[in-house]
Design a protein around this ligand. Sequence first.
Ligand SMILES: Nc1ncnc2c1ncn2[C@@H]1O[C@H](COP(=O)(O)OP(=O)(O)OP(=O)(O)O)[C@@H](O)[C@H]1O
Ligand SMILES: [Mg+2]
Length: 343
Amino acid sequence: MIDEMTTVLEPAPLPDFVETKYVKDITNRAFSYIKAGFPVHFRGPSGTGKTTLAMHLASKIERPVVMIHGDEEFSTSDLVGGEHGYRIRKVVDRFISSVLKTEEDMVKRWVDNRLTVACKYGFTLIYDEFTRSRPEANNILLSILQEKMMDLPVGRGGEEPYLRVDPDFTAIFTSNPEEYAGVHRSQDALRDRMVTMDLDHFDYDTEVAVTQAKSKLSRQDSQIIVNIVRGLRESGKCEFAPTVRGCIMIAKTLKAQKLTPSKSSSTFMQMCKDILASETSRVGSKTNQDRVKEIVRELVAKELGIGKTIDVGEKAAESIAAIETVDSKKEKKESESLAGVPG
Ligand SMILES: Nc1ncnc2c1ncn2[C@@H]1O[C@H](COP(=O)(O)OP(=O)(O)OP(=O)(O)O)[C@@H](O)[C@H]1O
Ligand SMILES: [Mg+2]
C-alpha cells in the first residue's frame, strides 16, 4: 500500500498547455531519451518552461507522478524516508465479550518518502530544481539511476537492505544554471547519468501562444506585449532578463481590468513599467529600475505608435495644402468667370 503521506499525481494533460512546433520538438526529443531508458534533465534560466515541460513529458509517460522540489535543507531521509513518530496499534478481542481485552503496542513508524515510492512502484519522478538540494542529499540517486538499486537505510526494516527499482521508474530533472543564487553545482557523476537539454527563452510563436492561452487576451494584444518584453530582453540592459512570466502578468492584469493596450495606453505603459522593472531587478537598485523603465517607455511608445503624431501632422499639413490649391484654382476660375460677366 502506498503511504498516505505521499502525494501521487495522476498523469493528466495540463490545462492551457500550448503545444507549438518548438514545444513539440523538445518534448519528442526528451521522450525518445526516456523511452531508451535515460532520465532527462531540463536546464535553463528562469521562465523557460522547464517545470511545465517536465510535467507535460510526465503526462505522456502515462505513469503516476511524484514530484520533489529541491531544497537546501533536504537530507537523504527527506527523499528516501525515515522514522516519523510512532504508530499505535489497538487490538480488540471480540471473542471474549465479557472481558473486553485490548492490547496496545507502539512501533516505530517508517514512512517511505517520495523517491522510495517512485522507485518501488515504477512511477515517474519529477525532481524540480534538484541542484537546490545539497549534493550529498542527492547521492542516493547515483545507484538508482545506474544500478537500478536503491540503498535503504537501516531502520526501515523489511527483507533486504536495498530495493530493486521497478523497470517503469523514470526521472525528469530540472535546474537553473549554476550562476543562480542558491544553486549547487550538480555532481558530474549524476549529470553523466542523465541527458541534459539546455533550454532558452521560447521562440516568438510560443511566447505569444503561451501569453494568449494563460490570459485569454486577443492574439494581437498578446503580440504587442510579447514584442515589448522581447525588446527589453534583447536590449541586454537588464540585471535579469524578463521572461514569459512578465508577459503573462501584464496580459492577465489587462484582462482582469477589461483593458486593451491601445484603448488605455497610459495605464498600459505604467503597468509594463511596474511589472517589468519588478521582474528584472532583484535587489531593487533605483538606477537599474529607472533604466528599465526608460527602455520600456520607448518600447511601448513604438508598439502603440505614440510619437508618430509628427507623421500624422505632416500628412495633415500635406492634405491641407492640397485643399488650398484646389480652392485657389476654384477661386481663380470664379474670378475669371465673374470677369466675363458684364458689370
Ligand atoms: N507550453 C506551455 N503552455 C502554456 N503555458 C506554459 C508553457 N510553458 C510554460 N508555460 C507557462 O510559462 C510560465 C513559466 O514556465 P515554468 O514555470 O515552467 O518555467 P521554469 O523554467 O520552470 O521557471 P523557473 O526556473 O523559474 O522555475 C508558467 O506560468 C507556465 O505556466
Ligand atoms: Mg520551474
